[in-house]
Design a protein around this ligand. Sequence first.
Ligand code: NAP
Length: 257
Amino acid sequence: MSDFKEDILKGRVALITGGGTGIGKEIGRTLGRHGAKIAITSRKQENLDAACAEFEKEGIECFAMTSDVRDPEAVEQVIAATLEKFGRLDIVINNAAGMFPAPIEKMSYNAFKTIVDIDLLGSYNVTKAAYTAYLKEHGGCIVNITAPFEHWGVSSMAHVAAAKTGLMSLTRSCAVEWAPLGIRVNSVAPGFIAETEGVDRFSEKAADEMDKALKGSKQDIANTVLFLVSDSARFISGMDIRVDGGATIDLLRMPVV
Ligand code: NAP
């Protein structure tokens, strides 16, 4: 749960990519608990159905539609369908991402490209489609989920680090271009978040190392997103907020993957 008032997003509509699982699902639930209507999209219908059923049990209005964020036309269709269903789109959360740790020498050309395609180009596709279909006329908020790798060389994460650092840069460019239109664009960089696919995919050795580091919860990330899309953050744009308990500024605590 968050400490914010229940109705701070009343009447607003939020689209969350990758909203059927993990951090994205927690973001959807949290924004929904604070009054937003929720649209979620990802590739697997079963992920979306399960999340929607959970949300609806809590009284959160939810719309789900499959898409691959790498496909601009599919993304445009999701945004059009969300607008048809709810009549507006105030908040876009680019959370969909791929993840598999791999050292560069073992990573295929295609593996690197796939992560850039999903995390960076996919987020661009959703951002551009939402801007064109609704945000440029009405304003709104975009939050990109990144990772805290922009200043470090992180072993086995070259693909993710490159894609997410690009996404931070896209965040700033959109924030600057669209500030006059009332569109705020920020990003949130989670540290190691317990009980997520992202962390589960590390090796056992890395997981042991990680236990020594600080681990956050999905709710920690959702609460940060909630603040950023709320009116309390009305003058914050173009920022990347690292939510990692300080782990990345303590070199001794960073696990070796
Ligand atoms: P997750 O549960 O695997 O979330 C990724 C989501 O993206 C899934 O719902 C997946 O659903 C969707 N997705 C993947 N490829 C897609 C595509 N091509 N098109 C549309 N949707 C796609 O992992 P998570 O750990 O919660 O991660 C959520 C976000 O947090 C990611 O951006 C990740 O990089 C970031 N992050 C996580 C951590 C962590 O500790 N977990 C740390 C730093 C950053 P489908 O399979 O149904 O498509």
